[in-house]
Design a protein around this ligand. Structure first.
Ligand SMILES: [Fe+2]
Length: 412
């Protein structure tokens, strides 16, 4: 195996965009992987796996059946599910979505069963400027706007294989009371790139209250499984807690073509490349993590014994600690889930990890540790920093500008 650790590319001097007074190579900066999803045929089985067993809590349901014509509904067959589920593990309205394949696609024999690979940027202005940037670059954009449920403003560029990526700002935060926004507040959805500026979420909530909307009339899930596991001092329904999502690892037709897209269009950095039995694999990050996205050649899929029905190699789910990771393996196996390994050299930056296979063959990578990359050591003194009246109008980006812990949710 050949391993190359890569340094961040030097900033380009041309086409520099101002993002909040900082000059960047594109008009947005991805801060983290925000959410992810897959399309499946057997939604109920999928929900049991992702929600009952893994612990993603349902935050909202969406019935796509209402959008279908009678003809389309008849074509689906009598038992096809038309409901999609948004799920969360923390306060973000959704971190994982499970949608019906027969409605969302893909067609039979098309292996893009990934519903979306979704990245948080820093502001609504970055989403809007990003959608224009994609257009200018000739990148296909499925749509832009603001979806409900979830309330996040977004734009959906496609990668060279057709994987749907999403940039978003301002996803709804679910509070201690556990309610998602009521459907009566969906009137602030947008089906196109929104004009700027927009009113704040607080103003939206105030408007709903003045119209008599019951803020506790939205969806609220409760845990139906008994809470019998002492998980580091808290009684939970399973012996582990998801604390983070990612990396997403995908099989692609042309690794270099995909690398160019994620590097030059979305701005991810390559942490490492490796060649395993002649196959080149690329590991990419958006913040301090070793990788949030990994690209593997499609030819590896069969060799690794992974499901040929999907281009998803695995969806990463980080558990709170090492003991919980070990306990998760036993918990899932006892409940009939196939848990298997891959050659560890294919998962650099992560020490112990395994794959839990969902009912349709998608792999969920369970792990507890990911290597965090050290910050660059450039000197911090800036010319003119000592005199506020001499501060420049714009400044150059440092390699880690806007990185570190991101702000969650909408501003105001
Ligand atoms: Fe999304």
């Amino acid at each position: 195996m050949v391993v190359n650790v890569e340094r961040p590319p030097a900033p380009q001097a041309h086409n520099r965009f101002e993002v909040g007074g900082v000059l960047l190579d594109r008009p947005f900066r991805i801060r983290r992987l925000g959410h992810f999803g897959v399309n499946v045929d057997r939604i109920d089985e999928g929900l049991h796996f992702y929600s009952d067993l893994l612990g993603f809590m349902i935050s909202d349901e969406i019935n796509f059946g209402a959008r279908l014509t009678d003809e389309q509904r008849a074509a689906l067959g009598p038992n096809a599910s038309t409901t999609g589920y948004f799920t969360r593990f923390g306060t973000d309205h959704h971190a994982f979505v499970l949608f019906p394949r027969k409605i969302m696609g893909p067609a039979e024999n098309d292996p893009i069963t990934i519903n979306q690979i979704t990245w948080q940027v820093g502001s609504l202005a970055e989403v809007v400027a990003g959608s224009r940037f994609f257009e200018d670059q000739g990148i296909a954009v499925r749509r832009s706007g603001r979806d409900t449920p979830g309330s996040n403003w977004h734009t959906y560029p496609l990668d060279p294989d057709g994987h749907v990526n999403e940039l978003y700002y301002g996803i709804e935060q679910v509070g201690w009371e556990g309610y998602s926004k009521p459907r009566t507040m969906y009137n602030r959805g947008f089906r196109e790139r929104p004009p700027l500026p927009q009113i704040s979420e607080l103003d939206e909530v105030d408007a709903a209250l003045s119209e008599g909307v019951d803020l506790e009339s939205g969806f609220r899930a409760s845990e139906k499984n008994p809470r019998t596991f002492d998980v580091d001092g808290i009684l939970l329904a399973r012996p582990f807690k998801i604390v983070r999502i990612g990396p997403v690892r995908i099989f692609v037709d042309d690794v270099q073509r995909s690398r160019a897209f994620y590097e030059s269009v979305l701005g991810l950095s390559v942490s490492q490349t490796l060649t395993w039995n002649g196959h080149e694999c690329v590991f990419m990050r958006v913040n301090t993590e070793h990788h949030s996205l990994a690209l593997y050649p499609a030819a590896l899929r069969e060799r690794l014994g992974l499901s040929p029905h999907t281009t998803l190699m695995s969806f990463g789910v980080q558990l709170a600690n090492y003991r919980q990771l070990r306990d998760a393996v036993g918990f899932l196996r006892e409940r009939g889930v196939q848990v298997r390994e891959l050659p560890p050299e294919l998962s650099p930056g992560i020490d112990y990890s395994c794959l839990a296979i969902d009912p349709e063959g998608h792999a969920v990578q369970l792990y507890y540790y990911m290597q965090q990359l050290p910050p660059p050591t450039a000197p911090l003194s800036a010319p003119g920093a000592e005199r506020i009246d001499a501060w420049p109008v714009t400044v150059d980006a440092r390699p880690d500008t806007f990185l570190g812990e991101p702000y969650l949710g909408p501003w105001g």
